[in-house]
Design a protein around this ligand. Structure first.
Ligand code: GDP
Ligand code: MG
Length: 181
């Protein structure tokens, strides 16, 4: 007789939100396939991608959701947020308005999700230092005010992309362990 050991399975839904063209789809493709799409039109209709990450010897499936371009029309629906346990809220460090709109994205997140969702403020395109429009300090301060993790990334040159997702996944895992105890 063969005995099967059924391991614990973890599947974390993570949403990526923020204004159009801040680099959400490229962050996701960099994370899931280590690819950067130089000609990305407003998102090809992929809904989510799943990537396995190992945390403390446990295999965790991160199911990362993309807005499929709907953010252009502010038409991100409640189905998009349903069941999310983590969120990356993204702006473009070279475009101030995308940073100013973070508060709107947080409001939307808060209407659909409870406060236990692990949140990371992401300043993407940090490779564009020469046309930077949002300082690191501004990013840090907002994150502190709103109780978010903070990181700057570049989907173009890979800086901190994996780390951004891993910090969120670790936090979700930590919250989960706390609940079980
Ligand atoms: P989304 O609308 O938020 O999904 O943004 P996309 O991922 O489609 O990217 C929008 C544009 O920004 C595209 O032209 C990308 O090539 C570019 N882009 C995305 N990430 C980066 C980055 O880290 N650095 C630079 N320089 N450009 C980026
Ligand atoms: Mg997109």
């Amino acid at each position: 007789m063969v005995e099967e050991e059924v391991g614990e399975e973890y599947l974390f839904k993570i949403v990526v939100i923020g204004d159009s063209a801040v680099g959400k789809s490229n962050l996701l493709s960099r994370f899931a396939r280590d690819e950067f799409d130089h000609n990305s039109k407003a998102t090809i209709g992929v809904e989510f991608q799943t990537q396995v990450v190992e945390i403390d010897g446990k295999e965790i499936k991160a199911q990362v959701w993309d807005t499929a371009g709907q953010e252009r029309f502010r038409a991100v629906t409640s189905a998009y947020y349903r069941g999310a346990v983590g969120a990356l809220i993204v702006y473009d460090i070279s475009r101030k308005t995308t940073f100013e709109n973070i508060k709107c994205w947080l409001d939307e997140l808060n209407t659909h999700c409870d406060t236990t969702v692990a949140r990371m403020l992401v300043g993407n395109k940090c490779d564009l230092e020469n046309i930077r429009d949002v300082s690191i300090e501004e990013g840090k301060n907002l994150a502190e005010e709103e109780g978010l993790f903070f990181i700057e990334t570049s989907a173009l040159d890979s800086t901190n992309v994996k780390t951004a997702f891993e910090i969120v996944i670790r936090e979700i895992y930590k919250n989960l362990s706390r609940k079980v105890l």
